[in-house]
Design a protein around this ligand. Structure first.
Ligand code: UGA
Length: 450
């Protein structure tokens, strides 16, 4: 089939490349000329394992362009995979979706299925169809389908080809048939992805309900972890014991410093906003957001319990991205913590295996707006980063950090105080390494006065 995909972010680009891989001719559309040039040269503009290889493997079926008119005019299916960032009040900003829908209306010259892959508030697909029906050339038929995305960054290619499920919401037999045909290679061997057909509003809701449930699971385990510290229990053991119950499951029970990224923070706020707007507030979702807000700066608070005045102190931060395996910094806890440290005049030494350049840009734009007291330096090795630091904050569980020799903290740091927001080390190893080690939901390891 002839497919066009609007937006070449994580969702749009990975979808486009996966559809090309299963045999469709795909045109990826973006407004950013620079991104298009990068993709035309065979490179991926985002860091995602296996994506570049798949782009090159399927290059004869992939086109990249800013010319949306040509891409949309004779497509059988047009995917909308642009961002829906949060507005200041927490609601979803649909400006990019609206722009693409207008462009589709003015461009198409044949019947088409428009598939909304972006995460959008319940009822948006109905509005998109209403608008298109009114605004396309007379005689053309447009069907709108909701097809939420469940890929996670870092495993996006695998999550798309070997998806947990394909959810398609349609209100019309023609659209249902076309969508089934489009995805049929993925429902067969070797992929064998379950295909769920339903109405559009339910499909839209599956996305929010799934993401918010996972976010809730994280906030729940984080709150339980904080509670464990008060009662002398160990969250790692508690989570392990819980995970054996198949009704609970052992995934997403990793306590830490909260969820970040471009999805959970925005999707919890958007659903909560919608529920309040409809006067039926989702209180569990509200609690999940509140717990996460506090959890993100847990390590900063623990640092302050140990070093009250951090002005002019050297604090090392290991890991900047919101999780390992991605270069994405959106809603990363490192940002909140580093901003607080800089505000209080600390000298921050930062390390990340891949995101230093983009982090620099972020922090620099902040510095030019606010007056920040401390300063920040970046390093390419953990050794250099922790050297002579008075404390280390671990923000991301990159393999480089998890596998870093714990004994080096004592030899390289001024004071071996390690605040581990991702429980990278065992308490036994921390004890043996003779460091002050404070993690999440576990006992503190403190150097005994000899
Ligand atoms: C998430 C969902 O996992 C995907 O299913 C969904 O499709 C995607 O959002 C989306 O809506 O596009 P993603 O944001 O890439 O994917 O990342 P996750 O791996 O889910 O991690 C999110 C955050 O939760 C990270 O900050 C991670 O550190 C944190 N987390 C995750 C925990 O703190 N504990 C856990 O046990 C799991």
């Amino acid at each position: 089939m002839k497919v066009a995909v609007a937006g070449t972010g994580y969702v749009g680009l990975v979808t486009g490349v996966a559809l090309a891989h299963i045999g469709h001719n795909v045109t990826c559309v973006d407004v950013d000329e620079n991104k298009i040039d990068i993709m035309r040269s065979g490179k991926s503009p985002i860091y995602e394992e296996g994506l570049e290889e798949l782009m090159n493997e399927n290059k004869e079926r992939l086109t990249y362009t800013t010319d949306y008119k040509t891409a949309y005019k004779d497509a059988d299916v047009i995917f909308i995979g642009v961002g829906t960032p949060e507005r200041i009040d927490g609601s979803a900003n649909l400006d990019y979706v609206k722009t693409v829908v207008r462009q589709i209306a003015e461009s198409i010259e044949k019947d088409v299925v428009v598939v909304v892959k972006s995460t959008v508030p319940i009822g948006t697909n109905d509005k998109v169809e209403e608008y298109l029906k009114k605004n396309v050339k007379k005689g053309l038929k447009v069907y709108v389908a909701s097809n939420p995305e469940f890929l996670a960054q870092g495993t996006a290619v695998r999550d798309t080809l070997y998806a947990s499920r394909i959810v398609v919401g349609t209100e019309n037999r023609v659209a249902e048939r076309i969508m089934k045909k489009l995805y049929s290679p993925l429902t067969k061997k070797p992929y064998k992805v379950p295909y769920l057909a339903m109405d559009r509003r339910s499909a839209e809701m599956v996305k929010y309900a799934s993401n918010d449930f996972l976010a809730l699971k994280i906030s729940y385990i984080n709150e339980i972890a904080n509670f464990c510290e008060n009662v002398g229990a160990d969250i790692e053991k508690v989570a392990q014991g819980m995970g054996y119950d198949p009704r609970i499951g052992n995934k997403f029970l990793k306590a830490g410093i909260g969820f970040g990224g471009s999805c959970f923070p925005k999707d919890t706020k958007a659903l909560h906003w919608l529920s309040k707007d409809l006067d039926c507030e989702l209180k569990t979702v509200r609690a999940c957001i509140e717990v996460n807000r506090a959890q993100k700066i847990l390590m900063y608070r623990k640092l302050k319990e140990n070093i009250e005045n951090i002005e002019n102190k050297t604090i090392a931060v290991l890991g900047l991205t919101f999780k390992p395996g991605t270069d994405d910094l959106r809603e990363a806890p490192s940002i909140d913590n580093i901003e607080l440290l800089l505000d209080e005049g600390a000298n921050v030494k930062a390390y990340d295996p891949i995101s230093i350049e983009s982090f620099k840009k972020r922090i620099e734009s902040k510095i030019s707006h606010d007056s920040i007291n401390g300063n920040i330096q970046y390093f390419e090795t953990i050794d250099e980063t922790i050297k002579d630091a008075e404390a280390v904050l671990i923000m991301t569980e990159w393999p480089e950090i998890v596998n870093y020799d714990i004994n080096k903290y004592k030899t390289l740091m001024k004071e071996p105080l390690v605040l581990d927001g991702r429980n990278c080390y065992s308490l036994k190893d921390a004890e043996k390494a003779e460091i002050n080690y404070i993690s999440v939901g576990r006992k503190k390891v403190l150097i005994k006065n000899k």
